[in-house]
Write a new protein. Structure first.
Length: 860
């Protein structure tokens, strides 16, 4: 069976195209729902699942996951019936001149696979051929300026020192260091690539770092090197060999063209479970008698993630089954939203051919005794729509009144509240337990909003407290519901036990007919739902991101072949972030306390690791004491389920060096050319200031520190610079930092488009304010972008603190919506079809003249 599934998976992978949904239901949706009767042999591809790497511009995807079930009630994935396959694909460097390299998706993460014959600075080298994969650390084309004596700080402890520019100013001597130890040096001419090759595992002469030195400048006061293009691969690789286990999967084959894995044991899809499959990839299974499950990627690490829909090359309908950005309740199989492109004319979606619809559906309260309430997804967010007849209210529909509200609390947690204390709710509400009556069967409660009483009531045990309010045109809407499970009166204390809280926001969204949300306009509102349509045409211009409505956008490939998908961006905040408190410099052989906390509170049971080697877990006070004997620089991590991993870099030095180690600090944190900075020199252990220390800026002496260990200095040139300190009895220390150019501090605001609706071919004025918020004068090139293309530019000069309005004219030859942008200010205007007024008048004149002529002829 494994061979058959593998052949299917590899065939799907090799024929990967933008045909979004297979006719036989074997792929296309993220959610596998038995009620929809999809194929029992089902595949998730990069086209249908946003967790798998996909290059929209090239139309290439890497990963494929195929499952085989025996029936729609089968909750067991038998041995070898879950097959994962992935292959390397070509992707371009950010620096176009370097060509392309091979990338591979592996367990829903991106890895470097090798250099190809399309790589400009390297021969063909395949890591995957040696059963190795590594992360790409840097891939950019940003311009950076460095000065003699300064360093380009790379990742994983690497720095590239600009040692000296030759007398003719056309060559530079550079050295590469790893954790302070020189590993390479060379002389490079301008417009050349520096490439550092090393051994990675079993791969020899592997280009680990590439830097393009664009221009070398030798001046009378300073020498500079301008860099444009950096690429770095991690030297910490992972080995992937046949037989290796990753979660529930085992590697079957590793070859230059692919990696395959399968499950050696049965995987049970038990209701309500989240199952670790491999790496960050999991299966989430509905808590329902109907089998529903889907792949998900662990997104608890802080960051911004793209949730996209199935990729399409033509008309298509996205629902919550194939667009991860839409609201979906997997336990109850409820999704309310859809977005349909009904027809395409080339790359143009005509007016009213892009339709968004959503409808209210009933879902269960967490407190099941209350029954159900109505939810509706709107613009990829979940809203409250109303109540049917349930345990505490009659039917109420706020969506029929054009109103939507957020659900703030919905839980069935048990809580105990004592007289004199309060249950804290959202939006400033608190429910105070005033007192329990003498018989212990009733309680008096007071609801307050920002300290002001808004309601009071007396309740018995096993009763619901319900606070109703008016929401726009909807009256008596239950805003807060609390179930009082039990009331207790004792000799020493009284208590109230609560189980079940529900609260909706009093700040509701109001919708009316013809309201506009980005490109879309409300077409209808009813008790059944909401429909939006595009009033004007939408052009799927290549290499464009179209802000459609709310958080929903459409991304179009930079290709002559149309490929596009809808997406939303979601951000994982660090509210449950673990923090590590410990000295950043430690003396070997001495005990150090490592404290792990979250939001200021100690965290017990956190696993502490040094360079992935576990050292222990924290106590109930959040502390772990360790003694380290090995010297060097280490990455300390703190991990615990339900929290975001905390990291900190520390240096362990020998006892002999402990008294000789110096630290350099520079303030302010952001430095601009021409602004004074304060340089502080302290002992690394103890933090005592060091006076009389000699300081060097890019190799030139700039003075000595005061008794307080301070020296003031004013950098003149923007770029990356290095400060070095030398003091008798201490080890030299260095710090590399960046000085930013003040003249580049331009800010855009107040975009104005006049008129907002224009006739075809008529001019539209687009203006914005440009301000120089830096500390010195400068010139900026302001561009007008129309539908993503630069159509006009203006160069303006601004003194520090000065602001000007820049004005452009835009026209459109075709009806529809036109996107315009100045700086980071975006907007749009609508173009209507040209009214054939002149032609109509001419025709009327001709008709009138003809009638008069006929009348005259008749009289004759």
């Amino acid at each position: 069976m494994k061979i058959k599934i593998l052949i299917v998976a590899l065939l799907c992978l090799s024929l990967l195209s933008t045909t979004a949904l297979a006719a036989d239901g074997s792929t296309g949706n993220r959610i596998w729902d038995a009620a929809q009767e999809p194929s029992l042999e089902y595949s998730w591809s990069p086209l249908s699942y946003s967790g798998f790497y996909y290059d929209l511009d090239s139309g290439e995807g890497s990963e494929m996951l195929t499952v085989k079930l025996d029936s729609y009630s089968d909750r067991s994935i038998e041995e070898d019936d879950l097959v994962y396959s992935t292959r390397p694909i070509e992707t371009g460097f950010e620096r176009d001149e370097w060509g392309s390299f091979q990338i591979i998706g592996f367990m829903a993460e991106r890895y470097f696979a090798g250099y190809s014959d399309n790589t400009a600075f390297a021969d063909e080298v395949s890591l995957i051929s040696d059963s190795q994969l590594a992360k790409v650390l840097i891939n950019d084309d940003d311009e950076k300026s460095l000065f003699t004596g300064s360093s380009l700080v790379l990742q994983e402890g690497y720095v590239l020192d600009i040692t000296e520019v030759d007398l003719n100013g056309n060559k530079v001597f550079i050295t590469l260091k790893k954790n302070g130890v020189q590993v390479d040096s060379t002389v490079i001419a301008s417009n050349q690539d520096y490439v550092y090759k090393t051994r990675i595992g079993s791969t020899d002469d592997f280009p680990l770092i590439a830097v393009h030195l664009d221009t070398i400048f030798r001046g009378t006061e300073s020498n500079a090197v301008f860099i444009k293009g950096i690429f770095q691969v991690s030297d910490s690789y992972i080995s992937v060999n046949a037989g290796d286990k990753y979660g529930r999967m085992t590697v079957d084959t590793v070859a230059p063209e692919r990696i395959t894995m399968s499950n050696p044991d049965v995987i049970n899809l038990n209701a309500g479970r989240t199952i670790d499959i491999m790496g960050k990839l999991k299966f989430v299974v509905a808590d329902d008698t109907v089998l529903r499950f889907a792949p998900v990627v662990d997104m608890k690490e802080p960051g911004t993630y793209e949730l996209r829909g199935t990729v399409s090359d033509g008309p298509f309908n996205w629902t919550s089954l194939n667009f991860e950005g839409f609201y979906y309740n997997i336990d109850e199989g409820i999704g309310t939203e859809s977005l349909e492109v009904k027809a395409l004319n080339g790359r143009t979606i005509g007016a009213e051919n892009l339709v968004y619809s959503t409808r209210a559906q009933q879902v269960s309260f967490d407190h099941s005794a209350w029954g159900q309430f109505e939810v509706i997804g709107f613009l990829a967010q979940k809203y409250f729509a109303g109540y049917p007849d349930n345990g505490f209210t009659k039917a109420v529909s706020i969506v029929s009144q054009g109103q939507l509200s957020k659900v703030l609390i919905d839980n069935d947690d048990k809580k105990s509240v004592y007289p004199g204390s309060a249950l804290v709710l959202e939006e400033g509400y608190v429910l105070e337990v005033v007192e329990v009556d003498l018989n212990g069967d009733k309680v008096r409660v007071s609801l307050k909003k920002n300290g002001e009483e808004v309601d009071t009531s007396i309740l018995g045990s096993n009763k619901d407290y319900v606070y109703k309010t008016e929401m726009g045109a909807s009256e008596d809407v239950p805003q807060i519901a609390v179930h009082f499970n039990e009331i207790f009166r004792g000799r020493e204390f009284d208590a109230v036990f609560i189980q079940g809280i529900f609260q909706i926001s009093e700040n509701y969204l109001t919708l009316e007919g013809s309201d506009r949300f980005g490109r879309m306009e409300v077409a209808s509102i009813s008790e059944d739902g909401i429909v939006l349509e595009n009033r004007n045409s939408v052009s799927l211009t290549k290499d464009n991101v179209i802000d459609l409505m709310g958080d929903i956008s459409i991304k179009v490939a930079d290709s002559d072949t149309l490929r596009y998908y809808p997406f939303v961006m979601t951000t994982t905040s660090s509210s449950e972030q673990l923090s590590i408190e410990m000295p950043d410099t430690i003396t070997a052989g001495t005990s150090v306390d490592i404290k792990v906390a979250s939001q200021g509170a100690a965290v017990e049971g956190a696993v502490v690791k040094f360079d992935n080697v576990q050292k222990g877990t924290t106590s109930n006070e959040g502390i772990l004491s360790v003694v380290l004997s090995e010297t060097g620089t280490f990455k300390v991590t703190a991990e615990k389920e339900g929290y975001v991993t905390g990291t900190l870099n520390v240096e362990v030095i020998s006892a002999e060096d402990a008294t000789k180690k110096l630290d350099i600090e520079i303030s302010p944190e952001t430095v601009f050319a021409g602004d004074a900075i304060s340089i502080s020199v302290k002992k690394a252990i103890g933090g005592e200031p060091v006076g009389g220390a000699a300081l060097y800026y890019d190799g030139s002496a700039i003075g000595t520190t005061s008794a307080e260990g301070m020296l003031s200095y004013t950098p003149k040139d923007a770029g990356i610079h290095k400060v070095r300190v030398e003091a008798n009895g201490f080890l030299p220390a260095e710090l590399t930092f960046e000085v930013e150019a003040a003249e580049n501090m331009f800010r855009y605001s107040d975009l104005v488009i006049d008129p907002a609706i224009a006739e075809q071919g008529k001019p539209v004025t687009v203006s914005a304010n440009v301000a120089n918020t830096g500390t010195s004068a400068g010139e900026v090139k302001v561009e007008l972008l129309v539908n993503g293309n630069v159509t006009d530019t203006q160069n303006i000069s601004l003194a520090a603190g000065e602001e000007k309005t820049v004005e452009f004219t835009a026209t459109a030859d075709q009806p529809g919506t036109v996107d315009v942008q100045i700086g980071d200010q975006k907007g749009s205007f609508d173009v209507t079809a040209k009214t054939p007024f002149v032609g109509m008048v001419a025709a009327m004149v001709i008709v009138m003249m003809a009638a008069a002529f006929r009348g005259r002829r008749n009289k004759e």
